[in-house]
Write a protein that binds this ligand. Structure first.
Ligand SMILES: Cc1cc2nc3c(=O)[nH]c(=O)nc-3n(C[C@H](O)[C@H](O)[C@H](O)COP(=O)(O)OP(=O)(O)OC[C@H]3O[C@@H](n4cnc5c(N)ncnc54)[C@H](O)[C@@H]3O)c2cc1C
Length: 256
């Protein structure tokens, strides 16, 4: 049986693990987080991705986890509503459409469950070296003893570890856009009812919306800075301020 190692247990890694498993491959997934990574925004499954979910038998389960957002407001720095929109949202576009908007971590959980029990997961681990022998790849891990695979696939995101190990440092391939975003979960302290609230500065934005049937909220802070370099996915930047003077705090950030 062909042995495949996938680095990264997010949308791409779990989906690929499912389909390779369906076609008779022996699949191992290594994920550097101690479990599935929680967090992220509402994301939209649309177009061909709906067909993929359907073929995986997950369409209804995903639809059951829809955000159900009814609309959004734009507010000033003090939270006063400037405008409202019940036809579209900044996260999902038009509300009345066939897309399925759900939280990123809810989608990954569904995909992960579909790979069980056939897929082996190595959580809290990381590939440290790969030796391509032509007929296979000898892989060294941070924790797990070294193993050999027929194929190694990088599904470890924008700052891919596999790409870094096989190719050059990412600076050669990444085009920085100068945008930075921090997304995190907070209590639904504004009592938002399937609703989003956004504030825009000249080069900054802040947003919050209720999630999981209003039981919690997801907050997002964004800013433009073409000079700032965050070297890891979980760097802590200094506290940015919105252009209108509102102080903001960010627990974690990733650069895009
Ligand atoms: C926590 C998080 C929040 C996100 N939030 C949003 C969002 O709000 N909106 C949006 O549009 N997109 C978001 N994204 C990005 C979006 O999920 C991806 O761009 C898209 O789904 C493509 O998925 P992917 O599986 O290719 O990569 P990603 O979803 O980026 O997944 C990469 C996976 O690889 C893992 N990984 C990274 N380095 C290593 C390593 N060295 N060894 C092993 N595993 C590694 C990561 O922990 C992660 O699980 C988020 C991604 C993450 C990880």
């Amino acid at each position: 049986m062909t042995k495949v190692l996938i680095s990264g247990a997010s949308v791409a890694g779990t989906t690929l693990a499912y389909w390779l498993g369906q076609h008779g491959y022996s699949v191992t997934v290594v994920e550097r987080h101690p479990g599935l990574r929680p967090g992220g925004q509402a994301i939209d499954v649309r177009g061909p991705a709906l067909t993929v979910l359907d073929r995986m038998g997950l369409l209804q389960a995903a639809a059951d986890r829809k955000t159900g957002i009814r609309g959004s407001s734009v507010v000033d720095c003090d939270g006063n509503e400037l405008s409202r929109d019940t036809e579209s949202t900044p996260t999902g576009g038009p509300i009345d459409n066939p897309d399925i908007e759900l939280l990123r971590d809810d989608l990954v959980e569904l995909l992960y469950q579909a790979t069980q029990p056939a897929t082996e997961y190595l959580f809290d681990d990381n590939i440290t070296a790969m030796d391509n022998r032509g007929t296979g790849v000898d892989v060294t891990f941070e924790r797990e003893p070294a193993r050999s695979f027929d194929l190694v696939i990088g599904a470890d995101g924008l700052h891919s570890n596999v790409c870094r190990l096989v190719f050059e440092p990412e600076e050669r391939f990444i085009k920085r856009l100068g945008t930075h975003a921090a997304i995190f979960t907070v209590p639904n302290f504004l009592d938002l009812d399937f609703w989003q609230m956004w504030h825009y500065g000249d080069t900054t934005m802040a947003g919050i919306y209720s999630a999981r049937n209003n039981a919690e909220a997801r907050a997002m802070l964004g800013f433009m800075d073409t000079e700032l370099r965050l070297t890891t996915a979980m760097s802590r930047p200094s506290s940015p301020r919105t252009s209108s003077g509102c102080p903001t705090t960010a627990g974690s950030a990733r650069n895009c």
